[in-house]
Design a protein around this ligand. Structure first.
Ligand SMILES: CC(C)(COP(=O)(O)OP(=O)(O)OC[C@H]1O[C@@H](n2cnc3c(N)ncnc32)[C@H](O)[C@@H]1OP(=O)(O)O)[C@@H](O)C(=O)NCCC(=O)NCCS
Length: 168
């Protein structure tokens, strides 16, 4: 990682890592799909350790799940300090990509062959995340649609670090 990639704190910008991950996800997904792929969503973007200037960053990716036209690519990022020989895991996240044909129309992707117990675990985990995300999405949509400032909402945020002071 070069100094031009740093943020104001002198660490590598999260956006640089996201951009690298997006490119790796594209390569991984399009190779499996045999088609152009677009990024649809990214799950689990947590930076658990900072990446320093000079670190050697490696991204390990695999297609964990395929639906009909979508694929989930899992990416594990590690940063290595080559002088000290230390390696740290900085994050793991999951890119959902959709395959498109040359007309830009969604295209079916080939099924996955699961060869190891870990492959099965990753596939099942991705399916679980997909179901949970869909439930959360639906519940948040309902929350937004039905939202009103009532006693239930006031109680819900009562012990949070905010003060209600409505103005006209
Ligand atoms: C993503 C896109 C193809 C979805 O189009 P759509 O007609 O609404 O498609 P569908 O609802 O049929 O979804 C297609 C697949 O994507 C999945 N999908 C759609 N939205 C999703 C989301 N937010 N998260 C995860 N998966 C999603 C669906 O589950 C479906 O999977 P499946 O075919 O494996 O069952 C379309 O919105 C698009 O092209 N978006 C722009 C993507 C892009 O340009 N990205 C680059 C970054 S700017």
């Amino acid at each position: 990682m070069i100094p031009a990639y740093t943020n104001f704190g002198g660490k590598i910008h999260g956006g640089i890592l996201l951009s690298l991950m997006d490119k790796v996800a594209y390569v991984c997904a399009s190779k499996h799909a045999g088609n152009y792929c677009v990024t649809v969503s990214v799950d689990n973007v947590n930076f658990i350790a900072p990446v320093e200037v000079g670190d050697l960053v490696s991204l390990k990716a695999s297609v964990n799940y395929v639906g009909s036209t979508s694929l989930v690519v899992g990416i594990r990022v590690i940063a290595e300090n080559v002088q000290h020989g230390t390696v740290k895991h900085t994050n793991t996240c999951y890119f959902t990509m959709v395959a498109k044909d040359s007309e830009g129309v969604k295209a079916q992707v080939p099924p996955l062959i699961l060869e190891q117990p870990d492959d099965i675990r990753r596939f099942a985990s991705a399916l679980r995340r997909r179901t949970l995300r869909s439930n959360v999405s639906k519940r948040m949509q309902d929350f937004k649609t039905d939202f009103e400032v009532n006693d239930e909402v006031r109680d819900f945020i009562a012990d949070q670090r905010c003060e209600i002071n409505l103005v006209d």
